[in-house]
Ligand binder design. Structure first.
Ligand SMILES: [Fe+2]
Ligand SMILES: [Fe+2]
Length: 255
């Protein structure tokens, strides 16, 4: 029923609508800049006029994310800002988002007590805390399923399955650090070579990966949307899961 607009060759520096139907929109916010710093992917879902910002990124990209978000929704109407985990490349812009909107921060309960270090006086009142086992939240025309991915790489890490677009937002799973940024994977075998070293280094143990795969393999996934690197379209999703299934990481390979 909806329209998918995931094509090779999309400019990673510009915002792109990735999925749309008459009630639901998923946008990549053009957050990759190229250069020496770690690039991030931030996303926006607007569903029946309600907005959720997914992994807003650090302080340095706030003005760009704000400008691009404003093309699709009044930033004051953003209801939730979700952070898949606590890292600065995911959450560094939170204090600024709190200033421009009244959004609640969706995050694993573990990180709530760390948030006052961003300058929030009452972290409890500004967060929506996810339990260990995750949660499915009705949001506009969709259900957002917050699927546990603990220890990948953060204790208290979640992935999101958007039932409407069938996109799986994977946070730091499926990331790649690319010399030449691109936002949609074309050559999967080459992309796997770009994903492998960062997974070996960042992920603590293959056991955690297998646990997560058991939760997501049965899903009908149109695309994998990670927080760094490139979007993995449907035709490569099985290859992606197979790659992870056989991967040795962290303490399994490093001594
Ligand atoms: Fe991270
Ligand atoms: Fe990250």
């Amino acid at each position: 029923m909806g329209e998918y607009l995931i094509e090779p060759g999309l400019d990673p520096r510009k915002d792109h609508v990735l999925y749309r139907d008459d009630e639901h929109l998923v946008v990549y916010l053009g957050t990759q800049e190229g250069g020496d710093d770690v690039d991030v992917n931030s996303y926006l879902i607007v569903s029946r006029g309600r907005g959720i910002l997914i992994d807003p990124g650090g302080y340095k990209i706030f003005s760009k994310v704000l400008a691009n978000v404003s093309k699709y929704i009044d930033p004051r109407d953003i209801e939730y800002v979700y952070i898949c985990h606590q890292d600065p490349d995911v959450a560094g812009s939170l204090p600024l988002w709190r200033e421009v909107s009244n959004s609640k921060i969706i995050v694993h309960w573990l990180w709530t007590r760390f948030l006052p270090h961003f300058g929030f006086e009452d972290a409890d009142s500004v967060t929506y805390q996810l339990p260990d086992e995750g949660e499915a939240i009705h949001f506009g025309a969709t259900i957002l399923e917050f699927i546990p991915a603990h220890f990948l790489h953060s204790p208290g890490h979640f992935t999101i399955y958007d039932h409407r677009s069938k996109f799986l937002f994977t946070g730091d799973i499926g990331i790649a650090l690319l010399d030449e940024p691109y936002i949609v994977v074309e050559n999967m075998e080459r992309h796997i070579q770009a994903m492998r070293p960062v997974h070996e280094r960042l992920m603590p143990t293959s056991a955690a990966i297998k646990l997560w795969l058991g939760r997501v393999r049965y899903l009908d996934v149109e695309a994998i949307l990670p927080q760094h690197g490139a979007i993995i379209p449907k035709q490569h999703v099985k290859r992606f899961f197979d790659f992870l299934e056989n991967l040795k990481v962290g303490i399994d390979v490093m001594r």
